[in-house]
Design a protein around this ligand. Structure first.
Ligand SMILES: O=C(O)[C@H](O)[C@@H](O)[C@H](O)[C@H](O)COP(=O)(O)O
Length: 237
C-alpha cells in the first residue's frame, strides 16, 4: 500500500496572489508561535522566487522582535555579494515591520563552509526548535535547500535519522560552495511550505512526486515523500 498523501497544492493564477496568500499563512503561523511560547522561528530559502513573498511578509503586523529568522541554505559568499541569500533576506524581508526581527546567518566569514561548520551548527543548535515555519524553494533540476543532484554530501543531508543539523555541500551545478540545513532539521517544523513558480517547476514537482525515471533521484522527492510534516506547495505560473 502506498503512503497517504502528505502534499497539498495551492495553485494561483498570479504570483502576487500567491505571495500574499503565503505571507498571510506564514504570519499566522508566527503569531501562533508567539502566542504559545513567546517567540517564533522562521527559516526561508534564497533564490529569486521568494522576493514577492518576502515583501508581503515584511509588512505583516506581528511582534517581529521576537521572531528569529534564518536560512534553509546559504551560498558561501559574504553578504556584500549579490548571490548572498542573507543579502536577499535583508533587502526584501527584514524591512518595514520585519526590520525588528533578529537574523541568524549561516555564513560565518570563514574561508569555507567546512571551516565555518561548527559555528553555523552552533547557531542552529541555539534556536528554540521546532521552527514555526520553513519555506523551501526548488530548482528545475529538482534541488531544494542545497540538496543538489550530485552533491558531495547529499546522502548524509537527506538521511532522515542523521544527527548533523547543518552540512557543507559542493555540487557541479551549485555555483559556489554551499551550507545547508539537513532534512531532519528542516522537518523539525510546525509547518512546511514549498514556494514555486512556472510551468517547468510544476512539471518537475509532478515528476518528483511520481518518482519515475530520472525524477526518482530529484532531491526534492525526499521532502515530498516524507511523512513527518505535511507539505503545502504554493504554485503560480
Ligand atoms: O540558495 C538557493 O539557491 C536556494 O535556497 C535554493 O534552494 C532555491 O530555493 C532554489 O534554487 C530555487 O531558486 P529560484 O527561486 O531562484 O528558482
Amino acid at each position: 500500500m502506498s503512503a497517504p498523501a502528505n502534499v497539498t497544492t495551492h495553485s494561483f493564477t498570479g504570483c502576487q496572489a500567491q505571495a500574499i496568500a503565503l505571507a498571510e499563512r506564514v504570519a499566522e503561523r508566527l503569531r501562533n508561535g508567539l502566542a504559545q511560547r513567546g517567540q517564533a522561528v522562521l527559516a526561508v530559502s534564497g533564490g529569486s522566487t521568494p522576493k514577492a513573498f518576502f515583501e508581503q511578509l515584511s509588512r505583516q503586523a506581528l511582534d517581529w522582535a521576537r521572531v528569529q529568522v534564518t536560512l534553509v541554505d546559504e551560498r558561501w559568499v559574504p553578504e556584500s555579494d549579490a548571490r548572498s541569500n542573507a543579502r536577499l533576506v535583508h533587502t526584501h524581508l527584514l524591512q518595514h515591520a520585519a526590520a525588528a526581527a533578529p537574523f541568524i546567518p549561516l555564513y560565518t566569514g570563514d574561508a569555507s563552509p567546512e571551516a565555518g561548520l561548527a559555528r553555523a551548527e552552533a547557531r542552529i543548535a541555539a534556536l528554540p526548535l521546532p521552527f514555526d515555519a520553513v519555506v523551501l524553494g526548488m530548482g528545475d533540476d529538482g534541488h531544494t535547500a542545497s540538496f543538489f543532484p550530485g552533491g558531495d554530501r547529499l546522502a548524509e543531508a537527506l538521511d532522515p535519522d542523521g544527527s548533523a543539523r547543518v552540512l557543507p555541500m559542493h555540487a557541479p551545478d551549485a555555483g559556489e560552495p554551499r551550507i545547508t540545513l539537513t532534512l531532519p532539521t528542516l522537518l523539525q517544523t510546525r509547518a512546511l511550505y514549498l514556494l514555486v513558480a512556472g510551468e517547468k517547476k510544476r512539471d518537475v514537482l509532478a515528476d518528483a512526486r511520481l518518482g519515475l525515471g530520472a525524477a526518482r533521484d530529484y532531491p526534492v522527492r525526499a521532502v515530498l515523500t516524507q511523512q513527518r510534516v505535511p507539505v503545502a506547495v504554493y504554485w503560480c505560473p
